[in-house]
Design a protein around this ligand. Structure first.
Ligand code: 16G
Ligand code: MG
Length: 545
């Protein structure tokens, strides 16, 4: 067929280095940019097939998120703005690893398995982050799509969540919003400005927020959005990409992992700051207190703030909707206890990786999901949105209910429900703090994090570790869980688990306890148990103190 002839010709311009194999990991392919040209071309092909199969527009985002600048990667976006399904992740891996002469066969395998009608039209939206390699790599995606006869829309530089938003807008025929960057700014800023009307007496100090853009796409887009916010948020932007290197000593991942402020941000005592990651789908907040101590407000604190606020609004509006918070095993034990015991909200725990949280959150009327690392959003079921809209229109409600439901409606519009979105999450947090008259310190004081420690152990094959109960228990190797259980018993308020990483060739160890010293000791002892029972390589883990 002529269609495949073109694929065959064009693919020669994007040759696969022989023997190179890559895996569609937790969040797409990600590695040094020089190994990715053929992957991008092939993901263009796959997105075209996915589009034909779903009869919808599909998104392809070229980014490696918080990885160093020399890396790159690609994420595929399904019709409603979700991440692509696991079956198609499998196809992505097969297509990526087919040697040059068997590419057509791999392609035809997918077509056959999925029974795809090749006469269907196809449409693919493409976006990229600010990495130097992103321009040519996104061109490779576009080549892939056009070689299979698909239509493309190249959005150029956008954040990952902006591209998710565009895909969802397109496939809902504009119901979710207008599929343009301008449409995104308008939808979010209108909702934000309406929300801040509920907090009319804010001072300029309260409106001020320091934003670390990680020298990435989030900084660029924040600049573009600023005029839409009409000074209701006064952003002081650092690491805006004008001089520094992407994600280098800055950004949400650096701040979360290092538990310290990024470089390049000039923060005064008590000032509210936040950091985006390299593709602006993660956010964390922080400040330093009068003793110079650094305070991090991570995804758990964000989930607590937002769910508390939503629960209060539901009560005021008299709406009977079930709200749940979805976390992973990494959620600080204090946050889980606070949510369950004080807030009395349902808490559910899933495996690490946004798609698992997203999926679980879809089960509730309102599902608030956040990973501790700052990736998360809120999902409102169709039925919940309908109830909110009906109540907004109801003439017979009293003023308190009317006000609450109007706030709920604007909050729904401010949230990017397709995926975690640093810009949208930031605006939600700013609105909540404004409406509730809270400072970042008040927010921080809702609960106190248990001291914790994360470590990595290198083993010869991390697949020997299998887990259950949302990764909180190890089923293999034999004896490991028993060892962890008896170590945990030695400490107060302690908890520990191990899991094989989905993005690095290591086993991750997490421990928390009543003091930092105990958390450090427990993490070390558990690392030793992993090293001894799961085939550790290299030197034995050393104590932290
Ligand atoms: C990816 C995931 C993130 C997860 C992390 C875990 C997405 C968009 N990103 O970055 O959610 O926390 O992997 O990494 O799904 P690990 O398996 O190496 O601990
Ligand atoms: Mg990211």
């Amino acid at each position: 067929m002529a269609q495949f002839e073109e694929v065959s010709q064009k693919s020669k311009l994007h040759p696969k280095p022989e023997g190179l194999t890559l895996q569609y990991g937790t969040a797409g392919f990600r590695t040094n940019a020089k190994h990715l040209d053929h992957i991008m071309f092939r993901m263009g092909l796959l997105a075209t097939l996915r589009s034909k199969k779903t009869k919808s527009t599909i998104g392809v985002m070229v980014t490696a998120s918080h990885n160093p600048e020399e890396d790159n990667g690609v994420k595929l976006i399904d019709p409603m703005g979700e991440m692509v399904t696991e079956v198609w992740e499998g196809y992505a891996t097969q297509l990526a690893n087919a040697e040059q002469d068997s590419l057509l066969k791999a392609l035809k395998d997918v077509i056959e398995k999925e029974d795809i009608s090749m006469s269907e039209p196809a449409s693919v939206y493409v976006g990229k982050d600010t990495r130097p390699s992103s321009a040519s790599l996104s061109q490779a995606v576009l080549d892939g799509v056009s070689s299979l006869g698909g239509k493309t829309h190249d959005y150029g530089l956008v954040t990952t969540p902006q591209l998710h938003y565009m895909v969802c807008c397109c496939n809902t025929n504009g119901c979710y919003g207008s599929p343009t960057v301008e449409g995104y700014y308008q939808k979010l800023s209108q909702a934000f400005l309406q929300l801040t009307q509920n907090a009319p007496n804010r001072t300029d100090d309260q409106k001020k927020l320091l934003v670390d853009g990680a020298n990435g796409i989030g900084a660029l887009k924040m600049r573009e959005m600023e005029p839409f916010l009409r000074s209701e948020l006064q952003v002081v932007l650092s690491n805006d990409g004008s001089s520094g290197k992407l994600n280098h000593l800055c950004g949400a991942d650096y701040v979360k992992v290092q538990q310290k402020a990024p470089q390049g941000v000039c923060m005064a005592t008590g000032e509210r700051c936040c950091s985006f990651d390299g593709d602006a789908d993660r956010i964390v907040y922080y400040y330093t207190d009068s003793k110079g101590r650094f305070h991090l407000l991570d995804g758990d604190k964000i989930a607590t703030l937002i769910s508390t606020y939503l629960k209060e609004l539901l009560t005021q509006a008299g709406l009977n909707l079930q709200i749940a918070v979805v976390q992973t095993a990494y959620a600080n034990g204090s946050s889980t206890r606070y949510l369950e015991d004080v807030m009395k909200v349902t808490v559910c725990c899933t495996k690490t990786g946004v798609k698992h949280l997203h999926h679980a959150a879809q089960e509730y009327d309102i599902g608030v999901y956040f990973e501790a690392n700052g990736h998360g959003t809120v999902l409102f079921s169709k039925a919940a949105q309908k109830q909110i809209l009906e109540l907004v229109k109801d003439q017979n409600t009293n003023d308190e209910r009317k006000r609450a439901v109007k706030i709920l409606e604007n909050t729904v519009n401010l949230i990017n429900q397709t995926v975690g979105d640093a810009i949208s999450d930031m605006l939600v947090i700013e609105a909540v703090l404004a409406i509730r008259g809270m400072s970042v310190q008040d927010w921080d004081a809702i609960y106190t994090d248990l001291p914790n420690r994360q470590l990595k152990v290198t083993v010869s094959d991390r697949r020997v570790i299998n887990t259950t109960d949302a990764e909180r228990k190890a089923v293999t190797p034999e004896g490991l869980q028993e060892a962890i259980d008896s170590l945990v018993k030695k400490y107060k308020n302690a908890r520990s688990f191990v899991r094989p990483s989905g993005t690095e060739d290591v086993v991750r160890v997490y421990a928390e306890a009543d003091t930092q010293e105990s958390a450090d000791n427990l993490a070390h002892e558990v690392s030793l148990a992993v090293y001894r029972l799961a085939g550790g390589v290299g030197d034995e883990p050393k104590p932290l103190h």
